[in-house]
Design a protein around this ligand. Structure first.
Ligand code: ADP
Length: 425
């Protein structure tokens, strides 16, 4: 029998006793009233006991009671006990999380909706020069680098911003913000001094080697030119060898030029101007059209006269590379279409060919340095594998994106999408 059934049975029994006693004595109403009063006082006492116990936090064993009240005490006691267990577990977890984030080598700062500091770990205090007492202060008031303030304000946290550490300018930090929860942000700063140093060494090494290779190459080319002039054609082996050597030195020259250009793109400041892209495209097409393999193949569609802010020489390199590839990787009698047009949000250059195309899996890789797709071709196509890396770099420096749509056997379309904010007069 359930407690409820017992409780109701007990009450009914009491009512029955009161009813019989009342009818025997002729005071039914009195008996009934006394019974109700008794039951009411009993419940009131139980409620008052319960209230006392719960007001003390419901801790410890509950008072000895019976019936439905025992069940109520038991349920509340169980809920309280579980809650305490959960709280303890949560506290332990928070404690562990705090300890682990304190031990993190990277600086971590929790920021509130108005950029105020809510929490910092030890590394943040060491490397960013923050103190425990800075809690509640706005971080732009403490880290005052303009690029950091711009980054924080921008709300675009896809990439990290590189800063010198406020406590020691010889330390380079990569600072990133990660959004989480309701308006909260986690600021992470990683020491990338060594990485940046190695990157600089790599750039310097490539620049120096490429530069040093220029002189011997020029000498080699000069002598090969002389040998070719002197060749009377009596020795086919000599003629062949000289031609091969000339081809290879030419290739090396291209490699060195491309590497130097890439180094320049990585290290030099931009000289920004308003570039007349339609005129530039006309010039590039004219120059390419003069080549034997490209004559009559280029179709230029200038649908807008929009100019864009940028660096003319860099844009020339990028566009020439794209056009060169379109001509190289398509049949000698096919058309290559160059289209300069404008949409609502972008100014776009499409370079479209009807050539061999690229398989989907290769597309993400072709902009990597020295990456060339292995394709069995009827003619040998020379290249350095650096052309699209240059295009990617130039576009990055112009806040533009390279979109590649290609289908093997049908052709490719390389689109350079410049943000419309770059349009100028
Ligand atoms: P390169 O042309 O000197 O090899 P790129 O970096 O310009 O180097 O191009 C990388 C690779 O991408 C090329 O080797 C080629 O396989 C592929 N590719 C580039 N442009 C095209 C195109 N228009 N059509 C087909 N394949 C292309």
């Amino acid at each position: 029998m359930s407690v409820w059934q017992k409780e109701i049975g007990f009450a009914l029994l009491l009512f029955l006793v009161a009813l019989i006693s009342g009818s025997l004595t002729g005071h039914i109403l009195l008996f009934m009233f006394l019974l109700t009063l008794g039951l009411w006082i009993r419940q009131l006492l139980q409620i008052s006991r319960f209230e006392r116990w719960i007001s003390m936090g419901g801790r410890g064993e509950y008072p000895r009671v019976s019936g439905i009240w025992e069940d109520i005490y038991h349920h509340v006691y169980r809920i309280k006990k579980n809650e305490r267990k959960r709280k303890k577990k949560l506290g332990k977890m928070v404690d562990q999380f705090r300890k682990s984030t304190e031990a993190l080598p990277d600086a971590a700062v929790v920021l509130g909706p108005s950029d105020e500091i809510e929490w910092t770990n030890k590394a943040a205090r060491d490397v960013l020069g923050l103190h425990q007492s800075d809690k509640g202060q706005r971080i732009p008031n403490l880290i005052r680098f303009p690029e950091f303030i711009r980054y924080l304000k921008s709300g675009n946290y896809h990439e990290a911003v590189i800063l010198p550490a406020p406590v020691d300018h010889r330390i380079t930090l990569a600072v990133r913000v990660v959004k989480y929860g309701a308006g909260l942000r986690l600021l992470l700063a990683q020491d990338v001094t060594q990485l940046k140093k190695m990157e600089r060494m790599r750039k310097d090494f490539v620049a120096n080697v490429s530069h040093e290779l220029r002189t011997p190459l020029t000498v080699l080319k000069g002598y090969l030119e002389t040998m070719r002039d002197m060749d009377d054609g009596n020795s086919p082996l000599l003629t062949h060898s000289v031609l091969q050597m000339q081809g290879q030195t030419e290739r090396m020259q291209h490699l060195v030029d491309d590497l130097l250009l890439l180094t320049r793109l990585e290290t030099q400041q931009k000289k920004v101007q308003c570039v007349d892209v339609p005129a530039l495209l006309q010039q590039i097409c004219k120059e390419s059209d003069a080549l034997e393999t490209a004559a009559g193949r280029i179709e230029l569609l200038l649908e807008t006269d929009t100019r864009i802010t940028g660096e003319e020489q860099e844009l020339r390199s990028a566009f020439t590379n794209l056009l060169g590839n379109a001509l190289k990787y398509s049949p000698d009698d096919s058309t290559v279409t160059i289209r300069w047009h404008r949409s609502e949000s972008a100014v776009i250059l499409d370079v479209k060919d009807q050539g061999e195309g690229i398989v989907a899996a290769e597309i993400p890789r072709i902009t990597e340095r020295f990456y060339r797709v292995e394709v069995k071709r009827s003619k040998k196509v020379s290249g350095t594998g650096l052309g699209l890396a240059i295009v990617k770099h130039v576009l990055m420096r112009h806040d533009a994106k390279l979109n590649i749509v290609s289908e093997p056997g049908k052709g490719s379309c390389f689109s350079c999408c410049f943000p419309v904010t770059r349009a100028c007069r």
